[in-house]
Design a protein around this ligand. Structure first.
Ligand SMILES: NC(=O)c1ccc[n+]([C@@H]2O[C@H](COP(=O)([O-])OP(=O)(O)OC[C@H]3O[C@@H](n4cnc5c(N)ncnc54)[C@H](OP(=O)(O)O)[C@@H]3O)[C@@H](O)[C@H]2O)c1
Length: 318
C-alpha cells in the first residue's frame, strides 16, 4: 500500500513534490561513492520501491552522475515497475566548457530523455553557473525546453543571489517561472541563509532544494575522529573537523530522543524541512533510505530548531 503524503508546489508552478525527495548521485557514481564496488543495482532497486511505497514522489538525478549511469538506472527501475506517472522526475544540464549555446542544452536534454526512457521530465535544472556563458543564455534555452514540451518546469543549481535574480527575470520575460534553486544546505552548511539566498528565493517564489542535507553522511553521527569517511570526503571532513562536529551530533541525539528515538539523520532532515527547503538525501541501500524517510511525519519545536542552530554555529563554516 502506498502512503499519501502532503505535497508542496515547486515554486509558482503546478508541479507538486513531497517535502522530502531522493537524490541519486550515488546510483552510478564510482569515484565519490563506490557504486559497483560496495553496492550496486540489486541494493538500489529496493530503495526505489521503498521510496514509492513511502509516498515520496521526488527523484533528483543529473546527466553527469556516473556519466549518465544514474539516469539509466532510474529509467530502468521506472520502466520495470511502470511507475513513471508516480514520480516528479528531475535531472540537470552540465554547462561544460565546450558547450557554448542554447542548442547544447537541448541536445543534452534529448540525451537525458533517452537514458531515462521518457518523453519529458518534470524539472530540468542548470547544474551550476559557468562564467563564460551568460545566465540569460541558459535561461532562454530552459524556456525553449518548456515550449518544446521536453520539461514541465525549470530550475537552477548552485546559483548565487545575483544569478538567481537574473535567471528569474530572463525566464519571466518568456512567461516561464523559475521553479527552484538546488543548493548545498544543512546544519553544517548554512550559506543559503547568510548569503541572503533563502530570503530572495522566498520573495521570488523559488523553492530551495537542499542537497547534501546530511552533509554527505557526517550528520548521521557514524563518522567520528577515529572513523573518518572513506575516499574524497576525508579531505573536507578530516579528524579535526569531525572533533568539532561531535557536540552538535550529541545534541541531535538528545533532541531525537525527545521524539520517540529519532536518529541524528532524521533530525538533520527535519531541520531542513523546518527551514522551508526540500531535502533530497542520497541512499545506497534500503536501511539508509528507510531511516531517512523517518524524517517525515513529525516536527522539531521552535526551541529545538534554535538550539540546533546555536550548536551548528560553532561548526558551520558560514
Ligand atoms: N546540485 C548539485 O551540485 C549537487 C551536489 C551534490 C549532491 N546533489 C544531489 O543531492 C543528493 C544528496 O546529496 P549527497 O549525496 O551529496 O549527500 P547526503 O544526502 O547528505 O549524503 C548521502 C550519503 O550519506 C550516507 N547516508 C545517507 N543516509 C544514511 C543513513 N541513514 N545512515 C547512514 N549513512 C547514510 C551515504 O554514504 P555512506 O554510506 O558512504 O556514508 C550516502 O551516500 C545527491 O544524490 C544529488 O542528487 C546535488
Amino acid at each position: 500500500m502506498t502512503i499519501q503524503l502532503e505535497t508542496i508546489p515547486l515554486g509558482k508552478t503546478d508541479v507538486r513534490v513531497t517535502p522530502l525527495g531522493l537524490g541519486v548521485w550515488q546510483w552510478g557514481d564510482t569515484m565519490m561513492w563506490g557504486y559497483g564496488k560496495s553496492y550496486g543495482d540489486a541494493d538500489l532497486r529496493p530503495v526505489y520501491d521503498a521510496t514509492l511505497a513511502a509516498g515520496i514522489n521526488f527523484i533528483d538525478t543529473a546527466e553527469i552522475y556516473g556519466r549518465g549511469r544514474s539516469e539509466t538506472v532510474v529509467g530502468g527501475f521506472m520502466r520495470d515497475t511502470q511507475t513513471r506517472d508516480q514520480i516528479v522526475l528531475a535531472t540537470k544540464f552540465a554547462p561544460l566548457p565546450w558547450r557554448w549555446g542554447g542548442g547544447s542544452l537541448l541536445n543534452a536534454l534529448h540525451n537525458s530523455l533517452n537514458r531515462l526512457g521518457v518523453s519529458k521530465v518534470d524539472l530540468y535544472q542548470v547544474h551550476f553557473p559557468y562564467s563564460l556563458i551568460s545566465v540569460e543564455t541558459w535561461a532562454n534555452a530552459l524556456a525553449d525546453a518548456v515550449q518544446q514540451g521536453l520539461t514541465r518546469t525549470v530550475g537552477v543549481s548552485n546559483y548565487n543571489v545575483q544569478q538567481t535574480m537574473r535567471a528569474h527575470a530572463a525566464l519571466a520575460k518568456r512567461g516561464v517561472p523559475l521553479a527552484s534553486n538546488q543548493v548545498e544546505y544543512s546544519l553544517l552548511d548554512r550559506k543559503p541563509e547568510t548569503s541572503g539566498l533563502m530570503k530572495v528565493c522566498g520573495e521570488l517564489g523559488v523553492t530551495i532544494i537542499a542537497y547534501s542535507p546530511i552533509a554527505k553522511g557526517i550528520l548521521t553521527g557514524k563518522y567520528t575522529p577515529d572513523n573518518v569517511p572513506p575516499g574524497r570526503r576525508s579531505r573536507q571532513y578530516n579528524r579535526e573537523y569531525l572533533s568539532k562536529v561531535q557536540p552538535l551530533i550529541g545534541l541531535m541525539k538528545e533532541v531525537g530522543q525527545g521524539h520517540a528515538g529519532k536518529t541524528p539523520s532524521q533530525v538533520a532532515l527535519n531541520w531542513v524541512m523546518c527551514k522551508g527547503a526540500v531535502p533530497i538525501p542520497g541512499a545506497k541501500n534500503l536501511r539508509q533510505a528507510q531511516e531517512n524517510f523517518g524524517a517525515l511525519g513529525w516536527k522539531l519545536s521552535e526551541d529545538e530548531v534554535a538550539a540546533l542552530e546555536k550548536a551548528s554555529a560553532q561548526v558551520s563554516s558560514n
